[in-house]
Design a binder for this molecule. Structure first.
Ligand SMILES: [Zn+2]
Length: 314
């Protein structure tokens, strides 16, 4: 059960499954409780599709409490033991805040047909960060098989923490992405009306948002204007599109202006599993750091013969 819950929380499909669990919880409400007014139709007790129609989705045999982090049920002793014996089994852990934090057990983003990793050693994120990006890029490439590789800048270092020149990027939840260009532009080229491939960049932004895991994005307001105009011209819902982009300074829109984002845009993800694990394990941060170093040393290849190396230096 604990294992199932961990693997469930670790997937990139948290939102639909959370919905499924909420519907289940709704299904068990007493008829006279206030929340019963919002009760979803009770699913039939079998795993088969409902007879009333083939499109009806039935959730059954899902007995996981999504609202609880599995680590919250463990005692201090159990946590200490897990840290010592199975650090990797805890899955990605974001401790602290993206502008002052650390990262354990991250997932490394590696190059794919659609992705070019620009900065090795800064390509570590949480499961949601990496999976959401891969899924969004796959959607773009399904629609535009000729799309060039998306250039991916900094995410986080393997252990998180400060990296120049960023304020955030410390807990595996931030990622810098290049724009798609209509011309042969290099990495970090300033996007403008002449070179921005609006269609592919908008497809990427839309696919990212559709993952349901993006908290917000930073993008220069001039690029925002180009994408907003493009989205509206393609018949996207004006209400939705206008709500996405920042209208004035300090609005809490999904896509916000911040200086420095003409050459790339920044996406902040939310990863409930990694973040709640980080809150639970924050009191053990020192122990976590020690165990993580030990695990890394154990994995490292044996040192080469030092005697010979010394002899050469003389
Ligand atoms: Zn950034």
């Amino acid at each position: 059960m604990r294992q199932r819950a961990l693997s469930f929380l670790g997937t990139g499909h948290f939102v639909p499954q959370l919905l499924a669990v909420l519907i289940l919880i709704g299904g068990s409400l007493k008829p006279d409780s206030p929340a019963a007014a919002f009760q979803a139709p009770r699913p039939p007790p079998t795993t088969a599709r409902a007879k009333s129609g083939p499109s009806k989705v039935v959730f059954s045999e899902l007995d996981i409490e999504a609202s609880k982090n599995p680590l919250s049920e463990l005692s201090a002793t159990e946590i200490q033991s897990l840290l010592a014996k199975d650090l990797g089994g805890l899955g990605p852990i974001s401790i602290g805040r993206p502008n002052r934090g650390s990262l354990y057990n991250p997932i490394a983003l590696t190059a794919t047909d659609g992705i070019e990793v620009m900065n090795e050693e800064r390509n570590f994120g949480t499961r949601v960060t990496v999976d959401s990006l891969l899924a969004a890029v796959a959607e773009v490439r399904a629609r535009f098989p000729d799309a060039p590789k998306l250039r991916v800048g900094d995410i986080s270092r393997e252990r998180g923490g400060y990296i120049r020149p960023h304020r955030s990027h410390q807990t595996g939840l931030d990622i810098d992405l290049g724009y798609y260009y209509a011309t042969d532009a290099r990495w970090y080229t300033k996007a403008n009306a002449e070179n921005l491939d609006r269609e592919k960049t908008w497809a990427l932004v839309k696919a990212l948002i559709a993952q349901g895991t993006v908290e917000y994005m930073f993008m220069d307001r001039s690029v925002q204007a180009l994408l907003r105009e493009h989205a509206l011209s393609r018949g996207e819902s004006p209400e939705w599109v206008l709500g996405l982009f920042q209208k004035a300074p300090r609005t809490e829109a999904m896509i916000r202006h911040t200086w420095g984002h003409l050459t790339h845009f920044h996406v902040r993800f939310s990863d409930p599993a990694a973040e709640s694990a980080g809150r639970r394990l924050a009191p053990y941060a020192t122990r976590l750091a020690v165990q993580s170093v030990k695990a890394r040393v154990a994995k490292a290849p044996a040192p080469k013969r030092r005697v010979q190396a010394k002899a050469k230096r003389r």
